[in-house]
Design a protein around this ligand. Sequence first.
Ligand code: SME
Length: 139
Amino acid sequence: IESLIKGETDIIANVANVVSALKYGLNFFWIGCYFVKDMQLVLGPFQGTIACTRIDFGKGVCGKAWKLKETIIVLDVNQFDGHIACSSESQSEIVIPLLDINGDVFLVLDVDSNQLNDFDETDKIYLQQVVELLAQTLI
Ligand code: SME
């Protein structure tokens, strides 16, 4: 991932390639990002089936990760109050926020699995590192 985005300063280009690398490297059901725009999350580059385009602050797993500024792991999306189901195939999910230098959430990375209980602390550690690398693009 580091060498993939090295030398490119455009965040959209880097997110697009990172999402593709994760999709084809890890083979999760859906991987993509949502950008914070005018107090909503708006769909950005993704790999997978079509997805909802806008998510309000605090809504769903993505909106909650934005609000809390924290990574959220959901082992069973059916048990998550307010989960936004873009596909009935999604069973578990991890959402990692990317914070800019002011500490504001710039985007969230969303990874969905069609298996229950598919994410753990290891995914969290390494996906947060990936998001950290993307954050360098903003500096
Ligand atoms: N499930 C997310 C919505 C985005 S899709 O999974 C692509 C949520 O609850 O925020």
